[in-house]
Design a protein around this ligand. Structure first.
Ligand SMILES: Nc1ncnc2c1ncn2[C@@H]1O[C@H](COP(=O)(O)OP(=O)(O)OP(=O)(O)O)[C@@H](O)[C@H]1O
Length: 264
């Protein structure tokens, strides 16, 4: 995918994204990180075609995403968002079947066997007949991913997929995304708040601030204390952790440092 000089303003608002140009490799994991309000979700919505650029183009294999039919788009791009209560009363397998609708006419019935592989890949086979509302947050996130996978997309977009999950579910979910990306060789694009998670799982990172691409590159090139502190407007430091690698920690504020000194 490619963003070519993309600008975007919400109706009646100031320009948020300004002449944003970048390309996304056909396979691999790209994480978009940056402070609150930087425009990360807006960029994801421009990539999904949900938003149309005010100027410039978002291209998928050379075709503007905004000019593709809904069905053509659904065959190529799948989006995983936060919890959608509309589906609460549905069984897990029926939610996943919704992901197949781009392959069928509206009234055709999607068979259980058609969605079985996607349930299996996301370890949901045993929960297939359970109602969505009965599942934990982590299990529900896996259902959204199964539904997105059922679209058999070339591009999978995830907006903060680990929000609300405890550390175990976060790690499980990220491992699942990594495994699925490797198996299917698709492009995965995620907005992530947890920098360390982003650095751990991604092949490429976009660091965004005020609608601009501050820097893009491999996790190694972006693991830079000064760059991250400046972008987030908060002091952080990249440290080496034994048996893990480089890790971003937040530095205590001045007051906290003084208190720490008094304790030592
Ligand atoms: N539908 C909307 N209408 C008007 N302004 C919006 C809309 N959605 C987002 N914005 C504004 O656009 C800016 C960027 O929002 P966006 O959600 O893209 O940022 P973000 O980087 O994803 O933020 P966060 O990390 O807080 O989720 C914010 O100032 C926000 O208030």
């Amino acid at each position: 995918m490619e963003l070519k000089r993309v600008s975007y303003s919400y109706p009646g608002g100031q320009p948020l994204i300004n002449e944003f140009t970048a390309s996304i490799p056909e396979t691999g994991i790209l994480a978009i990180i940056g402070p609150n309000g930087a425009g990360k979700s807006t960029i994801l919505n421009l990539l999904s075609g949900e938003l149309t650029p005010t100027s410039g183009q978002v291209l998928l294999n050379g075709t503007p995403v905004s000019e593709m039919s809904t069905k053509a788009r659904a065959n190529q791009i799948a989006v995983v968002r936060q919890h959608n209560e509309v589906y609460d009363d549905l069984a897990v397998k029926d939610v996943v079947k919704m992901g197949r609708l781009a392959f069928h006419s509206l009234f055709s019935v999607v068979s259980d066997s058609e969605v079985a592989p996607f349930l299996e890949q996301t370890h949901l086979t045993d929960l297939a007949d359970r109602q969505l509302s009965e599942l934990s947050g982590g299990q529900q996130q896996r259902v959204w991913i199964a539904m997105a996978l059922a679209q058999e997309p070339a591009v999978l977009l995830l907006d903060e997929p680990t929000t609300y999950l405890d550390i175990r579910y976060q790690v499980d979910l990220m491992n699942l995304v990594v495994q699925l990306q490797q198996e299917k060789q698709i492009a995965v694009i995620m907005v992530l708040h947890d920098m360390n998670q982003a650095f751990r799982v991604s092949h490429r990172i976009w660091l965004i601030k005020a609608g601009q691409l501050v820097k893009q590159g491999s996790p190694e090139t972006l693991l830079d204390s000064a760059l991250l502190s400046q972008t987030f407007d908060f002091p952080v430091r990249v440290v080496d952790v034994a048996d893990y690698g480089r890790y971003v920690i937040q530095m205590p504020s001045g007051q906290e440092t003084d208190n720490l000194r008094k304790l030592i």
